[in-house]
Ligand binder design. Structure first.
Ligand SMILES: Nc1nc2c(c(=O)[nH]1)N[C@H]1C(S)=C(S)[C@@H](COP(=O)(O)OP(=O)(O)OC[C@H]3O[C@@H](n4cnc5c(=O)[nH]c(N)nc54)[C@H](O)[C@@H]3O)O[C@H]1N2
Ligand SMILES: Nc1nc2c(c(=O)[nH]1)N[C@H]1C(S)=C(S)[C@@H](COP(=O)(O)OP(=O)(O)OC[C@H]3O[C@@H](n4cnc5c(=O)[nH]c(N)nc54)[C@H](O)[C@@H]3O)O[C@H]1N2
Ligand code: SF4
Ligand SMILES: [Mo]
Length: 866
């Protein structure tokens, strides 16, 4: 014991006691305390090093503190210094993150396809080539395209956005001359972003859980699908101790639902009905924050019979009904806008936007919602009443001497309301509930980040026709797809003319995305994949790589530099870098050096540098023309410009955090931008949607556009959510398919791709982590004669797939749940990584016509024993 104790202290000394006690220190101590056998030379102690960096396995960017022994990454712990600001702990993927670097299945050399036929069952006939040959081939293709028509190049990325920084890809595609830089957000949560943009012209929401007392969570699964750098789950846990009540509304008993005070198993996609009924309960009872609606939102603005907001003579200032003068006026000082009512202006009937909602909700009783959403009317009423009561409408709180609106009740979502065909309207309904109780930017309510930061989101869409981009974003087909459309290029390449695209995409570069596996109706995606010349930059042989012409091996996040993103919280903001700590396979390139080399070979290096300066918004320190940069030098440029500190600070700490004062937290957003006369207003009523609909109608008719379904557009572009948004296409059409299918994340894996090779996650944790199941309710299973472990067939209008049944009580009887991340078929993955089912193979694809978002949780299926 004595010896062990002394050894322990010695080990701690070697590690630097300041780093605190870690399990690694204990392991080292154990090693140090072992007696060296007599007669043998004492071993040379291995060098122990600590490096602070950022995990980049998922978009949470947790701070990490890695220990290297003899140059090998042995442990990854959370960077304790960040807990004060945002980052509480890391997840199992991050803690075992070295497995994605030491993974024997990694790509190590550039590969060239020799079999021109592409297909799941086609052997690509890979041959290893040198980097020089790889660059020759890729640059050769690129320069031909650049000379002909640079738009024929499509750049696509997913997690790649965060691996070196999206702005490099923006710079590269700009310098090259293609508009086609496509991010993954429409497979992620674009619909939620667009709902925010349409409503308050900015992006970024978080519940103010530190102060909230009541939390209605509509499908934000932060205990399984980690979010906000593990701040959300940590803050929720802290606040539960102080009396926060959590209600989780979603079709399956997620881990969040299991830990909540109440689980409300709503019927998939029918949340909108439930939320509209809750709105009616609040309005009928008068438990709404009228001053908030009048002062901060456009709820009092006057709407004509066509749904368009009435403007003043200048054609751009909205009119309200002034209850002082009894006339329509712009909302200026002295005017008292009426929230409710129908009026007549110049002989035309008008209503306030609020009144339009009230009239729309006439029949939307809790009883009616019960029929659709299968949530008892009494529950709907109680949730609405509690939500309003806990909001303490009209109350104030003083924090740091500032008197602030106090509304400690909040409704929040992540992909639960947004990963849907009517995803924008889904979260718009949630935002309207929040507005009704006036909790926006109030203490304990819904916190906005960057309110009215981009006023252009309130404008009518450009509705381009012909489309400029191969993904059709912001075209007449998807007018508010402000975040690109990840899944469309592979559909559009199959028939560009049908969409009026004035060129044929010929080449695609995929960087850190396994696109077809991530998207509903995967086979449709692969068909498009087989039609272009593809370069895939990844760390493993994914399914996308299987369809590539050239595969380029990338460095992992533990091997490469990056100006790392972080996740802000309502209370803090930060800057960080990522730094390399290992390179076991001696890889030469990362995406930064790949783009740099290609730019050189294309003769556009200085232009690229200049576009990077613009994309990164560099002011004081910039990329200079006439010279090359290593990835590290790139990070040094960004650090110098943005952090304005010595690079040694970055190397040492990896991170700088700063706390926001109360004013920055609560008074710079909605309060400063929307409150009072003469200001822009949050869009309770998204009038830009109806204006855009009329524009789309005009363009579609003039050009005879077969691809625009005006009836569907009209439903999608309603300025207020309606019951129709609870009926996505499969619910209307797939009548013979009785079950709803929902999908979700799991803790052990990240999206698709490399985490399936992680032996710690997939082997050590046993079967439960190594595969996914078809979760079926006990009663349903009994009816179908299905037992736990049986093979069942899921049949949708897209196809059939077999999976292992898991009979559980925590799912609705009319719904099955299958997690994402499994069933990968590329021969390049470890066998353990290929278990389970890839549910996207059978999901229907019905993109949200506003945002372009994929519909992940709208499909219906038949289910039977295989
Ligand atoms: N059914 C269903 N489908 C879903 C979801 C769901 O919940 N259910 N979730 C959706 C969501 S939220 C998203 S965001 C999308 C994501 O879908 P994708 O865009 O395909 O996935 P990403 O995670 O962005 O990219 C993962 C790829 O990056 C590779 N990679 C990892 N590290 C590195 C690296 O260091 N360098 C390089 N070059 N490559 C690397 C991985 O091997 C993998 O191939 O999937 C969506 N699809
Ligand atoms: N472990 C792990 N963590 C991750 C990721 C990962 O791949 N693995 N990916 C990260 C990324 S990119 C993202 S975008 C986030 C996503 O984070 P989340 O959006 O929180 O997670 P998801 O599992 O995609 O979906 C959320 C929940 O929606 C529920 N749901 C499905 N249909 C409905 C419905 O009709 N109504 C309601 N109310 N709920 C429904 C599902 O049951 C699920 O629990 O996770 C991030 N964190
Ligand atoms: S939550 Fe994401 S960023 Fe954080 S440790 Fe886990 S995988 Fe890494
Ligand atoms: Mo995502």
């Amino acid at each position: 014991m004595e010896l062990a104790r002394r050894g322990f202290i010695k080990g701690m000394g070697a590690l630097g006691a300041a780093a605190g006690i870690s399990l690694d220190a204990v392991a080292q101590a154990a090693k140090a305390s072992k007696p060296v056998s007599k007669g043998k030379a004492a071993r040379v102690p291995l060098e122990v090093k600590h490096i602070k960096s950022a995990c980049s396995i998922c978009p949470n960017f947790c701070g990490i503190d890695a220990t290297l022994v003899g140059g090998v990454v042995r442990t990854i712990y959370p960077d304790a210094a960040r807990a004060e600001f945002y980052n509480h702990g890391i997840c199992p993927k991050g803690a075992s993150g070295m497995y994605n670097t030491y993974d024997p299945y990694r790509l190590k050399k550039p590969l060239k396809r020799t079999n021109p036929k592409k297909g799941r069952n086609e052997d690509p006939g890979w041959v290893e080539i040198s980097w020089n040959e790889a660059f020759d081939i890729v640059a050769g293709r690129l320069s031909k395209i650049k000379a002909e028509d640079p738009r024929k190049l499509v750049w696509q990325h997913g997690q790649g956005k965060y691996l070196i920084g999206e702005n490099y890809a923006v710079g590269f595609t700009k310098a090259f001359g293609t508009p086609n830089m496509v991010h993954r957000t429409t497979t992620c949560e674009a619909a939620r972003h667009v709902a925010d943009e349409l409503t308050w012209a900015g992006g970024g929401i978080l519940p103010d859980l530190k102060h909230s007392k009541y939390f209605l969570n509509f499908g934000s699964s932060y205990f399984e699908g980690e979010q906000a750098s593990r701040w959300l789950d940590w803050q929720a846990s802290q606040s539960i101790e102080k009396g926060l009540k959590i209600v989780v509304v979603e079709p399956r008993l997620s881990q969040n639902a299991a830990k909540a005070d109440e689980w409300v198993p709503v019927r998939p996609g029918k949340d909108v009905a439930m939320l509209l009924a809750m709105a009616k309960v609040l309005i009928d009872a008068g438990t709404i924050d009228e001053p908030f609606l009048v002062d901060y939102t456009n709820a009092p603005q006057l709407v004509d019979a066509a749904g368009v907001i009435l403007m003043d003579k200048d054609g751009k200032t909205p009119l309200v009904w002034d209850s002082v003068s009894g006339s329509a006026k712009p909302y200026v000082e002295g005017v008292k806008p009426a929230l409710k009512g129908a009026y007549s202006v110049n002989g035309k009937p008008v209503r306030t936007a609020f009144q339009v909602l009230v009239d729309n909700l006439k029949d939307m009783t809790p009883e009616a919602a019960q029929e659709i959403a299968d949530v008892p009317a009494a529950t709907i009423k109680r949730l609405a009443q509690t939500f309003a009561k806990e909001a303490r409408i009209g109350e104030f709180i003083t924090l740091d001497g500032q008197k602030l609106r106090y509304r400690p009740s909040v409704l929040y979502t992540f992909r639960g309301l947004s990963a849907k065909e009517h995803g924008v309207q889904g979260w718009r309904t949630g935002l309207i509930l929040n507005m009704l109780v006036g909790n926006i930017d109030a203490v304990g309510g819904l916190r906005l980040d960057g309110a009215y930061g981009r006023p252009q989101y309130f404008d009518v869409s450009v509705c381009e026709y012909p489309p400029k981009r191969a993904d059709l974003a912001q075209s007449v087909f998807f007018p508010y797809a402000n975040h690109h459309i990840a899944q469309t290029p592979n559909l559009v390449v199959q028939d560009p003319k049908a969409w009026g695209l004035p060129y044929n995409p010929e080449m695609q570069i995929f960087y850190g995305t396994n696109r077809p596996v991530a998207v509903p109706n995967s086979d449709q995606q692969f068909t498009g994949f087989a039609m272009t010349f593809n370069v895939v930059i990844d760390i493993v042989m994914t399914e996308s790589a299987w369809y590539a012409d050239i595969v380029l091996p990338d460095k992992t996040y533990l091997e490469s530099w990056h100006w790392a993103p972080t996740r802000g919280t309502p209370e803090s903001s930060h800057l960080a870098i990522r730094q390399p700590m290992a390179n076991p396979y001696n890889l030469e390139h990362d995406a930064f050096t790949i783009m740099w080399e290609l730019s050189k070979r294309l003769g556009m290096r200085d232009k690229y540098a200049d576009e990077c300066n613009k994309a990164w918004g560099l002011n004081t320190t910039k990329f200079q023309p006439g010279r090359d940069y290593t990835t590290r030098e790139g990070v040094e440029v960004l650090w110098a410009d943005k952090a304005k500190k010595e690079f040694s600070v970055a190397l040492d700490k990896g991170f700088i955090g700063s706390k926001k004062d109360v004013k920055a937290q609560y008074l710079n957003g909605a309060e400063a931008k929307f409150k009072g006369a003469g200001k822009a207003k949050m869009k309770f009523y998204a009038d830009q949607l109806i204006d855009t609909y009329y524009k789309v109608e005009g363009i579609a008719k003039k050009n005879n556009l077969a691809k625009v379904d005006l009836a569907k557009m009209k439903i999608a572009y309603s300025p207020l959510p309606t019951l129709q948004h609870a009926f996505p296409t499969p619910h209307l059409e797939a009548k013979a398919y009785p079950f709803y299918v929902v999908t979700h994340k799991r803790m052990y894996r990240y999206q698709s791709g490399n985490t399936v090779n992680n032996a710690i996650l997939n082997q050590a944790l046993g079967k439960d982590a190594a595969t996914n199941y078809v979760q079926i309710n006990t009663a349903t299973a009994k009816e179908l004669g299905v037992k736990d472990g049986d093979t069942v067939t899921i049949e949708t209008r897209v196809g059939k797939i077999n999976g292992e049944a898991q009979v559980v009580q925590g799912i609705r009887p009319d719904t099955i749940a299958v997690s994402y991340h499994y069933g990968q078929w590329s021969p390049g993955f470890a066998p353990m990584g290929r278990k389970g089912i890839a549910i996207n193979q059978v999901l229907e694809h019905h993109p949200d016509l506003i945002s372009g978002h994929n519909s992940f949780n709208d499909t219906k299926c038949k289910l039977y024993k295989a």
